[in-house]
Design a protein around this ligand. Structure first.
Ligand code: CA
Length: 403
């Protein structure tokens, strides 16, 4: 039913070997300007300020998620029989497009503008952009079906489970890709073993008991990646500085440079952001804006833009550090506005969230006798992890030289 490409197209990828494309609609989405825009947005917000090779983009990650989903719907026993051709296409497209709505430096951008990339993802898919047309030309109603999978509102919940759950194509790709590009070996795990041991039971994706060790390894990989990469305090310091400059720009409302204002419109405006102005905002645009703003007359904008460009990052300390009162006093005395020069954040990570009445998105294990058990009752390691103390970390960020 869906038009095939003349031959299977392959894109070389360091994680998966090749990304395989055999349908025109997938190929057309990859070549659309919205999807190509993802080349201009890095996958890891501030982590590349710590791990210097972590420059990989959301473009690469999105292709990787698509490839894992493509393999899942073609290889997993039970799954390949339970989805029809259209459902397989919908879920592959959902994997490809799940991050299409990301803005530059997502965390900082979303918290300053009160937006969410999921909302933009669905708007881009459904609101008559190039992508909507590609999808609707391939099959009427396809755009809504793809967005429904991303929103978790599709009739078949199994489809959303492939894209976003505690064991999904998104996490599998970003862990392997981020481990590769940061050079951290303990982020790796055996994806081949996991894919081989996945099954469908009671309408859900489950893992065979013989795959539990591979899943334990995946849970541990994720746990280590969070604390070593995603929650690295230097990366958080960089993200706070982005947050601070975005907030200052929003408070000012305009920069006085019309060309920069046109690009930064989604940050400066308090109105609903149009897709056309959102399209223009990416990390290249922001880098250009920061360079221009290093000459700005506002001392806060100028200083933060210089610091971001030159990686002159804020220091950090624990939130309950007794020195903090003195630090704040010194900063004020030296003329720093603490609204932009004193940041605080708190991070926490659950290695695995077991089944409760509210959360059904758990990993179920198919025991040898055919019954299902929650992963936390089938793995001693996961059981210990969730019954140990919850790790969290609270930090403050501030310019150096304030002591
Ligand atoms: Ca993702």
């Amino acid at each position: 039913m869906f038009e095939k490409t003349n031959e299977v197209k392959v894109l070389r990828d360091p994680i998966h070997g090749y990304i395989h494309v055999e349908y025109m609609v997938i190929w057309d989405v990859i070549n659309s300007s919205w999807f190509q825009r993802l080349r201009r947005i890095r996958q890891l917000g501030g982590a590349y300020m710590v791990y210097h090779c972590a420059e990989h983009t959301r473009f690469a990650h999105s292709l990787g998620v698509y490839e894992i989903v493509r393999r899942m719907v073609n290889e997993i026993e039970g799954l390949k029989e339970s989805l029809n051709e259209r459902e397989k296409m919908v879920v592959m497209l959902a994997g490809l497009l799940h991050d299409v709505g990301h803005g530059p430096f997502s965390h900082a951008f979303e918290s300053v503008t009160n937006t969410s990339h999921e909302v933009f993802t669905c708007r881009i898919i459904e609101e008559d952009t190039e992508i909507t047309k590609i999808l609707e030309n391939a099959a009427e109603g396809l755009s809504k079906e793809v967005a429904d999978v991303i929103r978790h509102t599709s009739e078949n919940p199994l489809m959303s489970q492939l894209i976003s759950s505690q064991l999904d194509a998104d996490r599998m790709d970003y862990l392997l890709r981020d481990a590769y590009f940061t050079g951290t070996k303990y982020g790796e795990f055996d994806i081949e073993r996991i894919l081989r041991t996945l099954r469908v039971q009671e309408g859900r994706l489950v893992v065979k008991q013989s795959g539990v060790y591979a899943v334990e390894n995946y849970i541990m990989a994720r746990y280590h990646m969070y604390w070593q990469i995603y929650y690295h305090p230097v990366a958080r310091s960089y993200e706070f500085m982005l947050h601070a400059i975005f907030r200052r720009l929003k408070d000012l409302g305009e920069t006085g440079y019309p060309a920069v204002d046109a690009l930064l419109q989604p940050i400066l405006t308090r109105k609903k952001i149009s897709l056309s102005s959102y399209f223009k905002l990416d990390e290249n645009t922001c880098s250009y804006a920061f360079e221009v703003l290093t000459e700005h007359e506002d001392p806060v904008v100028k200083d933060l833009a210089q610091r971001i460009r030159d990686r002159n990052l804020f220091e950090y300390a624990d939130r309950d550090d007794p020195q903090n009162t003195l630090r704040r006093k010194e900063l004020r005395k030296n003329g720093y506005d603490l609204k932009y020069y004193w940041g605080m954040d708190s991070v926490q990570q659950n290695p695995y969230i077991p089944y409760t009445d509210e959360s059904s998105e758990t990993i179920s294990v198919q025991m040898k006798n055919g019954t299902l058990r929650d992963l936390s009752n089938a793995s001693n390691i996961v059981y210990s992890l969730i019954h140990g103390p919850t790790l969290d970390d609270e930090k403050v960020f501030f310019p150096c030289g304030s002591e």
